[in-house]
Write a protein that binds this ligand. Structure first.
Ligand code: KIV
Ligand code: ZN
Length: 513
C-alpha cells in the first residue's frame, strides 16, 4: 500500500508574505474553502500575533472549513502561542504551529541566544502549546543550515514536550536534494523518539529546488509536505502544490506515495488565487501555464495526433483544465446564474447574489456572451473587494491625437462623501490615476500595470492589475479591476490598491513579518 503524504498548505500564511499578495478576509475565506475542495489536509491560516487583521482572518477561516485541520503560526513565545490558540480554537481540528530558529547564524544574530537557551525555549513553547491541544507542530527554522546533531537534539526535546509534527524547513532555499534527503533520513534514524512524530518539510525556492528538495525528503521518510498554490511565498516562493502533487501522481511507480488531493481542482484553485492576488499565471509555468499543454512543433503535433501519450505525460483534464464554457446570455435568468455560481464553488448570501446578478445583467447588456471567467471577475469585484473608503461613481475621459492633453473627470465617494475633480495626464490612464490621487491626497508609486482580456473576443472584459508601493516601500498592494472599458477597469484597479494600502495602514501592518 502506498503511504499517505499530508499536504499542509501555507498559501494563506507564507504565500501571503509574497510581495503584493495581500488578501482581505473574504478573499482568504474563499480561498480556504477552495483549498478544502482541493483536498489539502491542513490549512495554515495565518500568523495571529502579527496584527489584529491576521488574528480575525485566522479566526474566521477556522470556522469556515470543516474537513481540514487549521493551523495558526506562532513564535516560540507564550504570548504568541496564546494568541494563536485564541484564533484557532473554534476550528474542528486546530493545530498550533510554533517555530524557533536552530542554525548558528540565526541563533547568534537574530535571536541572540546560546544553543542551550534555544533548547530550553523549544521545550517550554511546545509544552505550553501541548496544554491546549495534542495537535502541535514544531518547526526548526533554518534547519537545513543547522548543525545536524544539535537539530537532532532539538527534535528529540520537541517530541518529548508534545510535538506530533516536526517540520524541517529549508528556510532560505539553500539545500540540495540529496543532502536534504540525507538530513531527513538522519533525523528519523537517530532521534530516539522519532516514531512519535510525523516529519514534515517546508522548502523555499531560492535556487529553484523547492519541489525537488521536497520530493527527496518524501523519498527519505518525510510524510508531510508544506506547499503553496502556484508556489507563491516569501522571496522566490515555496514548493508548489501542483508540481509536487502531479509529480507524485504521474510518477506513482517511482514514489509509491499518495495524497488526498482532487487533482481536477488544481487549475481552478490556481486560477482563483491568480484572480484574487491579481497576478497572472506565467504562460511557461509547469502544470498550470497556458503553454503547459501546447504543442508547437510539427513533429510533436504529429505525434500527438497519433497518440497523445507520445508528448503528454498527464492530461489537461486531470488538473481540471477545461475550455471556457459559455454560460449565460442576455436572457438568462437568476436561477441559471445562481447554479453557475454554486458550480464555481462560491456560497453567496442573498444580498451578494442580488449584487452579482445586477452586475452580470449590466455586463450582458454590453457583451453578448458571458463566460465562467466573466462571472468570477464580477464576483471578485462585487463581493470580495476590500471595504471601500474610496469608491468610483462616474468617470469620463477624453483622449486622442487632437493636441488637447488627455483629460479625466471623476466623481468619487470618499468615506461616503461625494468628491469631483478633473485633471490632465500624458495619456488617459495617467490622467485617471492623477485625478484619483488628487482626490485621495496621496500618490503611491505605481510599480506595475498590466492589462489582460478575461476571455476571448474583442468585447471581452479587460482585467487591469496594478501594483503600488507606499510608506517608503514598506507597504505594497495589488489592485485589480475588470470592466469592458479598460480605462474604467484601470480606475477600479487603482482604487482597489488605494483601498488595500489604506487598510494596511489602518492595521499598521508592514508587508513582512
Ligand atoms: O521558511 C520557514 O522557515 C518558515 C517557518 C516559519 C516554517 O516559514
Ligand atoms: Zn517559509
Amino acid at each position: 500500500m502506498a503511504d499517505k503524504i499530508y499536504i499542509f498548505d501555507t498559501t494563506l500564511r507564507d504565500g501571503e508574505q509574497s510581495p503584493g499578495a495581500t488578501m482581505n478576509q473574504r478573499e482568504k475565506i474563499r480561498l480556504a474553502r477552495q483549498l478544502e475542495r482541493l483536498g489539502v489536509d491542513i490549512i495554515e491560516a495565518g500568523f495571529p500575533a502579527a496584527s489584529q487583521g491576521d488574528f480575525e482572518a485566522v479566526q474566521a477561516i477556522s470556522t469556515a472549513v470543516d474537513n481540514c485541520q487549521v493551523a495558526g503560526l506562532c513564535r516560540a513565545l507564550t504570548k504568541d502561542i496564546d494568541r494563536a490558540w485564541d484564533a484557532i480554537k473554534g476550528a474542528k481540528n486546530p493545530r498550533i504551529h510554533t517555530f524557533l530558529a536552530t542554525s548558528p547564524l540565526h541563533m547568534k544574530y537574530k535571536l541572540g541566544k546560546e544553543p542551550d537557551q534555544v533548547l530550553a525555549m523549544t521545550e517550554k513553547a511546545v509544552h505550553h502549546a501541548a496544554q491546549y491541544t495534542p495537535n502541535v507542530e514544531f518547526s526548526a527554522e533554518d534547519a537545513s543550515r543547522s548543525d545536524w546533531d544539535f537539530l537532532a537534539k532539538v527534535t528529540e526535546v520537541a517530541i518529548t514536550a508534545g510535538a506530533t509534527t516536526i517540520n524541517i524547513p529549508d528556510t532560505v532555499g539553500y539545500a540540495q536534494p540529496d543532502e536534504y534527503g540525507d538530513l531527513i533520513k538522519y533525523l528519523i534514524d537517530t532521534v530516539p523518539n522519532s516514531d512519535r512524530a510525523v516529519f514534515s518539510v517546508h522548502c523555499h525556492n531560492d535556487l529553484g529546488l523547492a519541489v525537488a528538495n521536497t520530493l527527496a525528503a518524501l523519498k527519505n521518510g518525510a510524510r508531510q509536505a508544506e506547499v503553496t498554490v502556484s508556489g507563491i511565498g516569501e522571496r522566490a516562493g515555496n514548493a508548489s502544490v501542483e508540481e509536487l502533487v502531479m509529480s507524485l501522481r504521474t510518477r506513482a511507480n517511482y514514489y509509491e506515495l499518495e495524497t488526498s488531493i482532487e487533482t481536477e481542482q488544481i487549475f481552478p484553485t490556481c486560477r482563483l488565487l491568480s484572480m484574487i492576488i491579481g497576478q497572472p499565471i506565467p504562460p511557461y509555468k509547469a502544470i498550470i501555464g497556458a503553454n503547459a499543454f501546447a504543442h508547437e512543433s510539427g513533429i510533436h503535433q504529429d505525434g500527438m495526433l497519433k497518440d497523445r501519450r507520445t508528448y503528454e505525460i498527464m492530461t489537461p483534464e486531470s488538473i481540471g483544465r477545461t475550455h471556457s464554457e459559455l454560460v449565460l446570455g442576455k436572457h438568462s435568468g437568476s436561477h441559471a446564474l445562481q447554479k453557475k455560481i454554486e458550480e464555481l464553488g462560491y456560497r453567496l448570501d442573498d444580498e451578494h447574489l442580488q449584487l452579482v446578478f445586477a452586475a452580470v445583467k449590466a455586463l450582458a447588456d454590453k457583451k453578448t456572451q458571458i463566460f465562467d471567467e466573466d462571472i468570477e471577475a464580477v464576483i471578485l469585484e462585487e463581493v470580495f473587494r476590500i471595504p471601500d473608503h474610496f469608491k468610483l461613481v462616474n468617470l469620463s475621459v477624453q483622449s486622442g491625437n487632437t493636441g488637447v492633453p488627455p483629460t479625466a473627470a471623476i466623481v468619487m465617494e470618499v468615506d461616503g462623501e461625494e468628491k469631483k475633480h478633473a485633471t490632465f495626464g500624458v495619456g488617459p490612464v495617467d490622467a485617471v490615476f492623477n485625478a484619483i490621487s488628487d482626490v485621495v491626497g496621496r500618490k503611491p508609486k505605481l510599480k506595475s500595470y498590466l492589462v489582460n482580456a478575461v476571455t476571448h473576443g474583442t468585447d471581452a472584459q479587460g482585467e487591469v492589475t496594478v501594483r503600488m508601493e507606499d510608506g517608503d516601500g514598506c507597504r505594497s498592494a495589488v489592485g485589480r479591476g475588470a470592466d469592458p472599458d479598460i480605462i474604467v477597469a484601470s480606475a477600479k484597479a487603482y482604487l482597489n490598491a488605494m483601498n488595500r494600502l489604506a487598510k494596511m495602514e489602518e492595521d499598521r501592518k508592514c508587508d513582512t513579518l
